[in-house]
Design a binder for this molecule. Sequence first.
Ligand SMILES: *Cc1c(COP(=O)(O)O)cnc(C)c1O
Length: 338
Amino acid sequence: MASIILNKNNFFNNLDIISKHTKAKDKIALVLKDNAYGHGLIEMATMAKEYGIQKCVVQTESEALKVAEFFDYILVLADFPTVPSEKIYYTINDLNAVYNFPPGTKVELKVDTGMHRNGVKPDELYTAFARIKEQGLSLGALFTHHRSADELTSEWFWQKENFEKVKTHAKELAHIFGFESLRFHSCNSAALFRNAAFDEDMARVGIAAYGCMELPNAIAVEGLKPVLSLYASKLSSRELKKGDRVGYGGTYETQEDCVVSNYAFGYGDGFFRVLSNNYKTPQGIELVGRISMDNSSFLCDEDELLIFNDARSVAAFTQTISYEVLTSLKPEITRKIV
Ligand SMILES: *Cc1c(COP(=O)(O)O)cnc(C)c1O
């Protein structure tokens, strides 16, 4: 069986570092989409509340409803309302989507400042405001998303510039259309830490809170610690002779007489099959043979084997990013907070 351990001290340590940068806990909107980056939605919401986080960001209304009791403010990135709630704000991602929200819905307007994925164009702001007014929606904020905040290029700067212009224009429009006290936010984890003079209403922080942010050295942030570790328990052990082969297809041949143990987890739990014959645990223990759906073999005899305690190391083996490693972990895996 695979199990996940969530380290509360590390999570709180990360939130300390983040809130120092935002200058206030209530400016952190913890991003909890995709089962809290695979950590467990309710587990992370519970700890966040204990720490004093009041805001969160999710993808769907169904996620929002699950964590409604933990937060004062919830931003839904991509869904429409079915259950009215005072706390939930829904994102308008497209000019033509405005009419899909029932009158009275609390909304936030996404603006496309250069990523060209979602949001209205800066020159569509007037039309967007007019339609939001016409539809009787309650506009709470404008926000944008950076396409390259984690890369050491000029892109972050010009996108930030673009959003500053949007803010100025939006404040004029808010006056015309009567939307009081609009809020603004643009920062994910990387953008927040690049912004030494952060002064927005909130930052949407995901990967930094989970302790797996990766930035170029020149803009790296010290002290963040991974929250999630994955363990697997032993199903069986066997002594093998030099030249024996392990697993489907016999793709691994032992180099000497050795003990190989099998652990009850595999790609069915979200551990990538492409790591077959190509992974070493943090203790240097080699994964041997093919990863099966619910079985993986290692050159060791441990009862409880630490598979990883930093998703970035797994990401490096598979040439992906820690986000994908973490969100691949199935919700059914037991999660324990220590
Ligand atoms: C996922 C997401 C974030 C969080 O990004 P991190 O890099 O994990 O901090 C912020 N904003 C939006 C719109 C997102 O989709």
